[in-house]
Design a protein around this ligand. Structure first.
Ligand code: NAP
Ligand code: GLV
Length: 328
């Protein structure tokens, strides 16, 4: 019987699937992630780990866990574990593509609309008794309809965001690692240099993974290139943005606002200057958080574990172990 450590309680039937496959499961009972020492201790006993984006697993931890055969992240992003280092130590790393793009795109749109049209801000004001009358000048926002959207990183989520933009009759620019003629044809998206995209977009939405090439992709130089009044949307990762530069750009009025589902760090301390801007919407990394999607993500992570523990290639690998470990 293999032992699977699950770092948080999950929706869906992941535990059932693992148990039906004959594995013993141990679920971290806390609402907060296991602290690094507890995570390291739990992993030492485990053949597999079902992990979250909040669980950082470094090389020392991998060396100290010779029985661990797979880390199955319940996320599409995997910047919490290095795929190369895991492979070097014989450990599979898997993620959950193909099931969360639509839900995450819905949410990117919801915070973009909220920032553009003061939804969260006016809700807070209304709850605080601020609604005195209909006002011709209150909460004036900017139009999304027929505006220009710039998508940075046209992958699964970027594409789903672009599809929705067509309903708003937007012009859609994109900058990505690879040009995508088929999508240009099908969705009418226009390939643009980063400079042109930033100069022309009323909304800039980030959908790249976090890695050494994308860390602080948006910094002071890029903010200075943005169209005055433009709104930055980030549902990718907090560290894709140089947050001090963002604060500076908001303070100086270089950009008009920001809609952030991800920050650096997470959670963002309540005294952080970003919370002082009325034109900033901040949500707690919940873009994929519908019950159906989070359930499917957890199930997929379990399916990856079941395959790896049976000696098969898991369905969603993001690395290939040089010599897969044999387990305890
Ligand atoms: P994906 O399908 O892999 O798409 C990522 C896209 O970014 C790809 O099109 C990729 O390259 C492009 N890209 C990579 N590096 C780039 C670079 N240096 N410059 C420009 N473009 C680059 O991933 P996804 O499923 O859309 O997810 C994207 C990210 O969103 C995830 O990695 C995760 O961090 C984040 N996410 C957050 C939430 C949340 O709850 N907030 C939920 C899900 C995902 P090509 O152009 O070559 O295709
Ligand atoms: C969530 O942030 C994910 O990467 O799925």
């Amino acid at each position: 019987m293999a032992s699977v450590f699950v770092t948080r309680q999950t929706p869906g039937k992941a535990l059932e699937l693992l148990q039906q496959a004959g594995h013993e499961t141990r679920v971290w009972p806390g609402e907060l992630p296991p602290p690094p020492d507890d995570l390291a201790r739990e992993l030492r006993e485990a053949d597999a780990a079902l992990t979250m984006v909040t669980d950082r697993i470094d090389e020392d931890m991998l060396i100290a866990t010779p029985g661990l055969r797979i880390i199955a992240n319940m996320a599409v992003g995997y910047d919490n574990v290095s795929p190369e280092i895991a492979a070097k130590h014989g450990v599979w790393l898997t993620n959950t593509p193909g099931v969360l793009a639509e839900t995450t795109a819905d949410f990117s749109w919801s915070i973009m609309l909220s920032a553009a049209r003061n939804v969260a801000l006016s809700d807070r004001d209304t709850r605080n008794g601020g609604w005195k009358t209909w006002s011709p000048t209150g909460f004036l926002g900017v139009d999304i309809y027929r505006a220009t959207l710039g998508i940075i990183g046209l992958g699964e989520i970027g594409e789903a965001v672009a599809r929705r933009a067509r309903g708003f009759d937007m012009r859609i620019l994109y900058a990505s690692r690879t040009r995508k003629p088929a999508l240009e044809e099908r969705l009418g998206v226009e390939w643009a240099s980063m400079e042109d995209l930033l100069a022309q977009s009323d909304f800039v939405s980030l959908h790249v993974p976090l890695n050494d090439q994308t860390r602080h992709l948006m910094g002071s130089r890029k903010f200075a290139m943005m169209k005055p009044g433009a709104i930055l949307v980030n549902t990718a990762r907090g560290q894709v943005v140089d947050q001090d530069a963002l604060v500076h750009a908001l303070k100086n009025g270089t950009i008009g606002g920001a809609a952030l589902d991800v920050t650096d760090p997470e959670p963002l301390p309540v005294e952080h200057p970003l919370f002082s801007f009325p034109q900033v919407v901040i949500t707690p990394h919940i873009a994929s958080a519908s019950l159906a999607t989070r359930s499917r993500m957890a199930d997929m992570a379990a399916e990856n574990i079941i395959a790896a523990l049976a000696g098969r290639e898991p369905p969603n690998p993001v690395n290939r172990p040089e010599a897969p470990r044999a387990g305890h």
